[in-house]
Design a binder for this molecule. Sequence first.
Ligand code: AMP
Ligand code: MG
Length: 411
Amino acid sequence: MRWSELLYLVAVLAVGTVFGARSLSEAARALARGFGEDRFVAGAAGVPRDLDVERIRRLIRDGDLSDREALFWKEQAGRPSASAGEGTEAVESGRGGVFAARREIEVMGTKGVVTVVMSKRSRGGEARVLQAAEGALRRTEGLMSGYLADSEVSRLNAAGTVAVPLSEETLRVLAAARAIHGTTDGAFDVTCMPVIDLWRRAGKEGRLPSPEAIDEARRESSWADVELLPEGVFKRRASARVDLGGIAKGYALDRAIEEIRIAGCEGGIVEVGGDVSCFGRPAGGGKWRVAVRHPFEPAKAFAEIAIGSGAVCTSGDYERFFEIDGKRYSHIIDPRTGRPAVGAASVTVVAPAAFAADAWATALTVLGPSRLDILPPDRGVEALVVTGSAGKPEVRMTPGFRALLVRGPDF
Ligand code: AMP
Ligand code: MG
């Protein structure tokens, strides 16, 4: 059977659900602006206090938001990318013969900002670069979103026991995810999608899943059921499903930064839903400043770091969560128990590549601060973990993370 014929065998996955990431992060972004123009806020998808949190919760509870979210993503993916000059673009003059141009976008169900720093001699070329970076984000979403029924990941999930052809990019991310599964002692596991799905539905229905349902969902999918081939994936079981939600955003940031580098810019920073990747220098000189959001008071930043290049990604239970009987549960699942992670309130990871920062932040939310020791040594991967409660927050970090701090941590 040829690949093209196999494609026809792939059914379409029903559009999934989500817990209001867009509205929550939208709200948080408004607050983020209050932090100052050229300050970037890690973990920007918080739930600020003075926001109409009740309304958002209602939307989540009624399941409305999920459908609208799904529609939103569908539209985004189907839409041809904005042509040069479209979108919000702002240009400001910087020091030393450079200028910065930025574009605000909506992608992956959240908001983002692409900023490029270019030599004044390249004035006029900024729209094309912004466009390329935005295109990289949209392309990644189109391939790897679990919410778009026609993404590669959705087709893979809907497929039976067959070989599913995949793009090199999706395969690359799957291979990275499998490697990180190994190095995180199984805490990062993109194949635990049935369990993630089970808890999403539980959150929507406001009812805890039964232990039997959890066990069943855990049995449905594992890395043993998904074989990576040179040009695709062989599914050993039809029930095997993957969710790249913990790594694809980071990968998208890597691709966007790559576009800006290739274009020969002096610097650039891309932020999507609170995750950031950057290189080079800001228009004002010096290093890029990234603020780390307070997990218990998301309207505040409790620390700030300065980096020249690299990524800063945050996972946290304040970011996206659901409630059952007034108790808050993380949207990150502990694959070892099949239950929501309880390892940390928030984790911020700095790494040279955003896909790694993204995945490690998710993994450490499962593992907690006691496992900071499993971070790969000498690879520039550093982490800060917040645990405890609003009344008694506790913070632990690697020495390398501490070295990046320019403010805080203040609790
Ligand atoms: P993040 O916000 O980057 O921490 O990613 C969280 C998302 O990753 C969730 O919404 C799920 O889509 C997915 N996910 C949840 N638990 C895990 C896990 N243990 N390993 C990998 N991905 C996960
Ligand atoms: Mg992540």
